[in-house]
Ligand binder design. Structure first.
Ligand code: MGP
Length: 202
C-alpha cells in the first residue's frame, strides 16, 4: 500500500481531477473523506492514532469512483490496516465530538470478495444518502485483521436504541446479509473484552 502511505500518486490525482473533464461533474449532497491507517508500521508503545491519515476529500460521483477503483478497495489492505470513509469534518476516532457519544454496528467477514462488495454497497448507500437517518451516521470503516476482516458503521447517539435499530436493519438490507450484526458503544470499547458485549443486535 505504498501509494496510500505516501498520499495519492500524481497520476491518480490527475485522473481524479480530470474525471469530469468537459462535462459537469455529478455533485454529492455533502463532502466525504477517505482515511487510511496502517497500524503494522507503528512503533511499539506509540499512541493509537499515530498512523491514521486523512487521504482525500471528495464531493462528486466521478471522484468517488476514481478513488474507489484505484485505491480504496479493502482486499488490497495488509493485516492491521484500515480504510475509513467519513463525513468531511468528522475524524474516525472515538474522541471526535461527533463520535464521542456514539457507537458502531459491526460485521465480521471471512471472504475478501464479501469485504469488498459490502464496503462498496455501504459507500454507495452513504454518498447517495439512502439512509433515512443519515444525520446520525459518521462513516464506515473496513478493517483487515489476522483472524478475520470487519466492517463497522459508526453512528452518533449510541443511547438512542430506536434510531440505531433502524440504521442496523437498513444496513443489513444494503449489505445483503443474513448474518447477525452487533452494535457496541465506543464507551465500552476501552474495557477488557469480557465486559464489552454488543448492546443491540439485528
Ligand atoms: P479496533 O481497531 O477498532 O478493533 O481497536 P480491532 O483491532 O478489530 O480489535 P478489537 O478486538 O479490540 O475490536 C483496537 C484497539 O485500538 C482498541 O482496543 C483501542 O485500544 C484502539 N482504538 C481503536 N479505535 C477506533 C480507537 C479510537 O478511536 N480512539 C482510541 N483512543 N483508541 C482506539
Amino acid at each position: 500500500m505504498a501509494e496510500v502511505d505516501a498520499g495519492i500518486p500524481p497520476e491518480v490525482s490527475q485522473d481524479i481531477e480530470g474525471g469530469g473533464a468537459g462535462r459537469q461533474p455529478h455533485r454529492l449532497e455533502r463532502k466525504w473523506t477517505f482515511w487510511f491507517d496502517n497500524q503494522s508500521k507503528v512503533k511499539p508503545g506509540a499512541a493509537w492514532g499515530t498512523s491514521l491519515r486523512s487521504i482525500y476529500t471528495f464531493d462528486t460521483v466521478e471522484e468517488f469512483w476514481c478513488l474507489h477503483d484505484q485505491i480504496f478497495r479493502p482486499s488490497k489492505l495488509q493485516v492491521n490496516a484500515d480504510f475509513h470513509c467519513f463525513k468531511a469534518g468528522i475524524e474516525p476516532k472515538w474522541e471526535d465530538p461527533e463520535c464521542a457519544n456514539g457507537g458502531r454496528w459491526s460485521i465480521t467477514i471471512n471472504r475478501k470478495a464479501n469485504l469488498d462488495s459490502m464496503w462498496l454497497e455501504t459507500l454507495m448507500a452513504l454518498i447517495s444518502e439512502q439512509f433515512e437517518e443519515i444525520e446520525e451516521i459518521c462513516g464506515v470503516v473496513a478493517s483487515v485483521r489476522q483472524r478475520h476482516d470487519k466492517l463497522s458503521l459508526w453512528t452518533k447517539t449510541a443511547s438512542n436504541e430506536a434510531v440505531q435499530m433502524s440504521i442496523g436493519r437498513k444496513w443489513k438490507e444494503i449489505i445483503d446479509t443474513a448474518d447477525k450484526i452487533m452494535y457496541s458503544y465506543h464507551d465500552d470499547s476501552g474495557r477488557d473484552k469480557s465486559s464489552r458485549g454488543g448492546r443491540y443486535s439485528v
